[in-house]
Design a protein around this ligand. Sequence first.
Ligand code: COA
Length: 165
Amino acid sequence: MAEKIAVYPGSFDPITYGHLDIIKRAIKVFDRVIVAVAHNYDKQSLFTPEEKIEMITEAVKDYPTVSVDAFHGLLMEYMKKAKATVALRGLRATSDFDYEYHMAAMNRSLDDSIDTLFMMTGKDYFFISSRTIKEVASLGGLVTGLVPDHVALKLQEKSIHKQKG
Ligand code: COA
């Protein structure tokens, strides 16, 4: 039987425990999960794609069925090449729904052999986003418990560089 492969796309600027919660649950459903960092030109990123990949790779190192990659261009094109049939997205609140609904519908009109699967973000993480994590960290606030320790360290390094620069 063909492998069930899911792609979990996102900006991951940076990866948080909210994302990891979705990944851990997806492992139970799919044979393979590819965490795919999108080169999203609309969004200004704090971290480079290489830094994001490094942080995600460290965060998922104990999960052998999870791999990390990056892609340019359309998600649907990337998924076809990766032979993945499901795009995985996390929903944090009803406010995410509109955006996600439109994106899923657009993706389906591009390729109807690929489905989007939504998972509810874990109750402990529904209030976090990469933007708020970056804001809190840059102002010296504690983000431990919301991101893995190596990510918290990277955020701290970026703030120090910014202060010096
Ligand atoms: N827990 C905590 N936070 C979460 C989360 C979770 N489970 N899931 C998402 N978030 C947060 C992210 O941290 C991010 O926060 P930010 O806005 O503060 O940076 C926010 O929710 C948005 O999530 P993200 O997964 O990064 O989505 P995005 O909207 O930045 O990117 C892509 C969406 C990459 C999937 C989409 O733009 C894409 O597919 N791009 C490729 C081009 C393409 O095919 N376009 C056509 C699509 S219609």
